[in-house]
Every structure is written in C-alpha cells, then in structure tokens.
Design a protein around this ligand. Structure first.
Ligand code: FAD
Ligand code: FES
Length: 436
C-alpha cells in the first residue's frame, strides 16, 4: 500500500513537472508566433535555446550557445579593447556595463553606436557591423574606418562618428549600443558554397561570417574576394591567413586596386598557401569566373562606391540567381549606385525644399556618402533616425511634391505611399518638397 502510495506521489511529481515544461514550451512557441518577422529572425535563436532548456536539452542542430536577452533602445557599454587594424581603422571590444551575457546575433548583423560628441547639437548614431562570430557573448567587436572628407570636397570635416571613435575613444570610455539587427546575415546551417565579395571596410561582416562557419565545424566552401587599395590598407589579413590554415574549405583572393603586379612581386611575400592568392586590380567578373567553379552558391556583397554597382551588374550578367545575391552598402554613394537604376531624370543640381524649415538644399549626385538624410544634416536640419540603412523606418518623412528614389529595396522602402526614408533616398525629380 505504502509502495503504491509512494509510486503515485513520484508519478504525480513527474506529471506536474512535465505539465509545467509543456506549458512553458507552448508559451515560448506562442511568443515566436506573435513576433513580427524582424523580431522573429533576431529572437529565434534565443527562443530555441529557451525551448531547448525547457526540454532539458541543447539543440545541437542550431549550434545554440548560452545567450542573453535583447534590449530596446540603447544600452551602456565600456570599451575594453582598442586594436589598430591598419591606418585609420580600429577594432573596439565593447562590454555591457550590466555585465550580462549579450544577445546572440546572426553573422553579418550590425549594431547602432550612439554617442554625444562635443560640437554636435544632437546625439549621433551610426551602424557598425559586428566583426566577430556570435560565440563570444561577453563582449561585441566592431571595426571602424575613419571616413575622410570626399576628394572633391577636401574642405568639409571628416566623418563625425568614425573620427570620434578612431581619434578620441579609448579603453575605459563609454558608448551606447542598440541590440544587433539587420537582414544582411548568414544562416550558418546551410551547406551550399558561400561567395563573399568585400570592398574596403565592407570586410567586417564577412570576418564574422567566416569565423561563424569555421566555429560551427561546417564543411561549407567559402570564397572570399577582398578588394582593398594596397597591402597597407588591408585589415585582419593575418587572421585570414590563419583561418586558411585552420579551415581547408576557405579560399581567399586578395585584390589590390592601387598596387601593380610588379610592385606586388617585388614587395609581397608569395603566399605559401595555395588557397590564398593576390592580384593587382579590382574584382572583375573575369576574376570571379577564373576562381569559382560555377555561378551557384550564395553571394554576399558588401562595400562602397563603384564596387557595389559593378558587382550587381556582373552577377546578373553571369545569371546568378537574384535570390542568392545579398547586398549591404556600408557607404551610400548616390552617383554610382544610381547608374544601376534606370531613371529618366537628370537630378544633378536637384533642389530639396524643406517645407517646415523653409530651407532649399542643392543636390549633387557625386557627393560621397550622400543621402537626403545626410544632406539635410550637413545643412543643420535634423530628421529623427536610427539605422540609417532603410530598415527601421524611423526617418520616414512625408513627400509633399516631387519624387525620390530609394537606393535599397526592402519591406520598409516599399510601404506607405507618399512617404520616403531619407536615409536611403535620393531625389528623382528636379524639385522634391519634403515635410522637414
Ligand atoms: C549596415 C551598415 C553597416 C556598417 N558597418 C560599418 C563597419 O563595420 N565599419 C565602418 O567603418 N563603417 C560601417 N558602416 C558605415 C558607418 O555606419 C558610417 O556611415 C561611417 O562610419 C561614416 O559615418 P561618420 O559619422 O563618420 O560620417 P558622416 O559624418 O556621416 O559623414 C559621411 C561623409 O560625408 C562627408 N561630409 C561631411 N560634411 C559634408 C558636407 N557638408 N558635404 C558633403 N560631404 C560631407 C564626410 O567627410 C564623410 O566622408 C556601416 C553602415 C551601415 C549602413
Ligand atoms: S533611419 Fe532607419 S530607416 Fe531611415
């Protein structure tokens, strides 16, 4: 009788515990269902981890590691490391002041960095890709290049945030960071070949992707085409060399746009690894075809200026499936990007009329880094913004007359007729009047 009673009690305890786990799991899945698509993408890893915990197992398939929760807005971080990568390029290691484990992210995602910078009348925030894989969640790493004045406007000041970070921010100082976000990211669990095409500082999300694939013990083939001016301007090259040694499926093709073959022969040590090669010149379609066995695979392109425009043209010419091409512009250059988009209007010298402030701003297609948002800021007009990459919708502004062109196509830029996202918009008529 006593034995039966004991067995029933133990059974009851197990049943209650099982019921508790089932309810907890249902609640977690309900949370996944009620998130919007952006939140889903960003939170799914954490939720799967929690579901795994509720089941008392770790879901190996998703390579889940312990991860902290996301946060709204901005959270304070301390710079715990500053490392020079090349002239004017520094990596920053950022640890949260609350010492909590950080939210995980998908390789390729970025954070917004916010700072109050002396001489600026508003808080400045800019996007920076996370430049390491998501396993080390005690700190995040970003790698920042100081943005100099455009060559045709040498008298304007260099970039506000990048100059502040590179020249003034040191170990021990505080910065504010948003939680990671962004659509330019990699699913580490897929297996088809990965082709990464980087221009300049566009290498940063790819370091995160390469590290993540290697750490996931994947067999995936990776091709990295990395364009930079000279061996002096490349960043994290030793790390790439080391990664080639460690991971037999990684191929790195360095392209030096401002170094001749003769100079490279005389000054560069010949790579000892056959999976690491150097070229003089930019990344061309011919070069891609020389190395890649076919046009199949997932293509990620991240860079600046002509490279973005040329790559889009080249990959489509090679009939790469458009669904497999992903772009991220780290530096919008309206003039060059516009060439890839058919427009009937010449907008050089267009006028942006700002209805609220009464100011008229003159547009130059060739201005480096210009979007309507930057032009407005350079002229003292503040538009509320966050991501500056057409993703968050915060800068949405009413168009009173005229037309604009969005330089990126996504859910945010396509929705709400009669409005635009100035952070990724350029004028597309001789005059545009905005509610700013
Ligand atoms: C998703 C994403 C990820 C990114 N990741 C990285 C990264 O990993 N690393 C990185 O370094 N960058 C990255 N960037 C770029 C970064 O967000 C900033 O855009 C960059 O650092 C420049 O910001 P800034 O405040 O220094 O320059 P800004 O102050 O915005 O100036 C931009 C340019 O305009 C010029 N300028 C200033 N005044 C004028 C004027 N009156 N007329 C015309 N031009 C003028 C400046 O000299 C500068 O060249 C990323 C961007 C995005 C969208
Ligand atoms: S600032 Fe985020 S969409 Fe423009």
């Amino acid at each position: 009788m006593i034995t039966m009673y004991l067995l029933a009690s133990v059974g009851g305890v197990f049943f209650s515990f099982g019921l508790f786990l089932a309810i907890k799991e249902m609640w977690l899945f309900h949370r996944v269902k009620t998130l919007n698509s952006e939140q889903k993408k960003a939170n799914i890893t954490q939720l799967l981890y929690k579901v795994g915990l509720a089941r008392g197992i770790l879901i190996d398939k998703y390579a889940i590691t312990k991860t902290g929760s996301r946060w709204d807005g901005f959270k304070s971080f301390t710079v715990i490391g500053k490392v020079k990568e090349s002239d004017g390029v520094y990596s920053f290691l950022l640890q949260p002041n609350d010492q909590q484990i950080l939210a995980s992210f998908f390789p390729g995602q970025h954070v917004m960095v916010q700072a109050d910078i002396e001489g600026q009348c508003q808080t400045i925030s800019r996007a920076y890709s996370l430049s390491d894989s998501p396993e080390k969640l005690e700190h995040y790493r970003i790698t920042v290049k100081k943005q100099l004045a455009p060559s045709r406007k040498p008298d304007v000041p260099s970039g506000i945030m990048s100059t502040y970070l590179v020249d003034q921010v040191e170990v021990g100082q505080q910065l504010k960071l948003s939680a990671p976000s962004g659509h330019f990211c990699l699913n580490v669990n897929q297996h088809h070949p990965l082709v990464l095409i980087a221009g300049g500082i566009g290498i940063t999300p790819f370091i995160s992707m390469i590290n993540a694939v290697i750490n996931a013990n994947s067999e995936r083939t990776i091709w990295l085409f990395y364009s930079t001016q000279t061996p002096h301007t490349r960043v994290m090259f030793e790390h790439l060399q080391h990664s080639c040694k460690r991971y037999k499926n990684l191929h790195v093709v360095m392209c030096y746009s401002a170094a001749t073959s003769k100079w490279l022969d005389e000054n560069e040590q010949q790579p000892t690894d056959s999976r690491l090669s150097s070229h003089s010149g930019r990344i061309t379609l011919a070069l891609l075809k020389q190395y890649l066995p076919s046009n199949e695979g997932e293509f990620f392109v991240c860079g600046t200026k002509q490279m973005m425009a040329q790559m889009q043209e080249n990959l489509l010419l090679w009939q790469v499936n458009q669904e497999n091409i992903h772009f991220e512009v780290v530096h919008l250059t309206a003039g060059t990007l516009r060439k890839t988009i058919q427009t009937s209007v010449t907008t050089e010298n267009s006028i942006i009329c700002c209805a609220r402030s009464g100011k008229s701003l003159k547009w130059h297609d060739s201005d480096e880094g210009t979007s309507i948002l930057s032009l407005a800021e350079f002229n003292g007009i503040f538009i509320r913004n966050s991501c500056r990459s057409g993703e968050c919708g915060m800068c949405r502004t009413k168009i009173k007359s005229g037309e604009v062109l969005h330089l990126v196509a996504n859910e945010e830029t396509m929705k709400v007729k009669g409005t635009c996202l100035p952070c990724v918009a350029v004028p597309n008529s001789q005059e545009v009047t905005l509610d700013i």
